[in-house]
Ligand binder design. Sequence first.
Ligand SMILES: Nc1ncnc2c1ncn2[C@@H]1O[C@H](COP(=O)(O)OP(=O)(O)OP(=O)(O)O)[C@@H](O)[C@H]1O
Ligand SMILES: [Mg+2]
Length: 500
Amino acid sequence: MQIGGSDASTAAVQPNAASKQELVQQLATSSNTDGGIIAQLTSNPFFTAGFGLAGLGAAATFARRGVKSGAALLKRRLLVDVEITNRDVSYQWFLYWLKLHEQGRLVQHAVSAGRKPSSMSALLQRLTPSMRQLSIDTELEKLPNGAIKANFVLVAGPGRHFLRYHNAFIAVNRQRETKQYTADGKPWETITLTTLYSQRHVFESIFTEAHALAVENVEGKTPIFIPRSTEWKEFGNARPKRPLESVLLDEGVKERIVSDVQDFIASKKWYADRGVPYRRGYLLYGPPGTGKSSFIQALAGHLDYNIALLNLSEKGMTDDRLNYLLTIIPERTIVLLEDVDVAWVNRRDMGGDGYNGPSVTMSGLLNALDGVASAEERIIFLTTNHVEKLDAALVRPGRVDMTVYLGNASVYQIQQLWKRFYDDVDPDGVHRQKFLETLQAQGMLRVDESGASASDVSPAAIQGLFLYNKDNPLGAIEMAGQLLPPLQGSPSSISAADKS
Ligand SMILES: Nc1ncnc2c1ncn2[C@@H]1O[C@H](COP(=O)(O)OP(=O)(O)OP(=O)(O)O)[C@@H](O)[C@H]1O
Ligand SMILES: [Mg+2]
């Protein structure tokens, strides 16, 4: 910065002595003169001040432009971005991964706080910034007893975060749109991950890890989907799988349904070759507490399938929406339509909130069940307590291909339930026999000459009695009389008879 103020002040006191002519002459004789033209120019304070300043300005502009385009080039060449939107399934996986990654770091930090960390790891620890802006993700889960449980998860909030993963630094930019919303009313979001081009491979391992975590999260569990607007959304946390053995249906019933479903799943080509829509419908009917819902849940777990719960009486459920939802069922999913008979009740009742009951019509349901054949298999289970209320068109083959009655407990089911609870305290089955005789004596259980049996007690009621008398078979026998009294006009049909 020699050219600055001192030279300018020199210029002010020294008048311009050199005329144009002299300058030309000087130029012509430059080779002979002392020091040459360059030396003279540089020794001339006016020249150096003017040209120097201009040169500096130009250099600064060039530098600025250079830095800008250099940075852009550098960014293009050296950095790599990955963008994920919250419509993509990997979005939640990544947030979950990020949360665990950060938790892992905290644990690491706590561990290294206990012992003296090496100077290198301490430096890296300090150099790695942690997430500062967090946001809460709350999931409401409805427990079987009807209570609502809230699960809170702290996740990286909108804004910029930095993280270190396998010694690569990654910038995470979570942006939230204020004007665009997803179908279920959540703001549109994108996450952009940026790292050095040379370290781009870390993205692959991050997403592989995130996917493995998501799979691990649902392993041994049955994810439940419910409709949200025009999409299926996972509802709460996936439920632990219910073992198929824990549902005790009458002899052979479970096996028959399971093998039918498995056979269907394995017959994709068979259906395609014959141009038959690749779908199968099942109807389970019978009194309350006979294991209809439990069996479907256990079946989904057994097949490693999800469950998509459809409630026809839900507010805002229309024929069109139902139809659409049935065409976009998530992969490997059993659709469950519970209490299919009550969907039509209250159609004309006007609720206090102006809600005038379900707007799905029987013909709408029939059409939706017939719907456009999808490439993937479609398995639908309908349940009802009142099969007599169902429209004959609903249960015709093509809509419902297998109808199974799950009735009150048979002798076989009671024996199986007993064994599950009291096998260790009643190994020879003496008390079991006594329990059955008590039920018979009280008129709740009937056995005909062929050995076929029917009762008025649901497996749910028997399970309740056994749970109350845990490890106490004698208590269960004593309290047997408190099981449901025989119902007036109860069916005396043999339970679990397949009416398909
Ligand atoms: N056959 C069964 N084997 C084992 N447990 C059963 C059986 N039936 C019912 N239960 C138990 O009883 C409870 C209620 O059963 P579930 O909800 O499956 O009955 P459901 O037939 O769907 O009744 P609803 O018609 O009222 O919907 C569950 O806790 C379940 O474990
Ligand atoms: Mg049920």
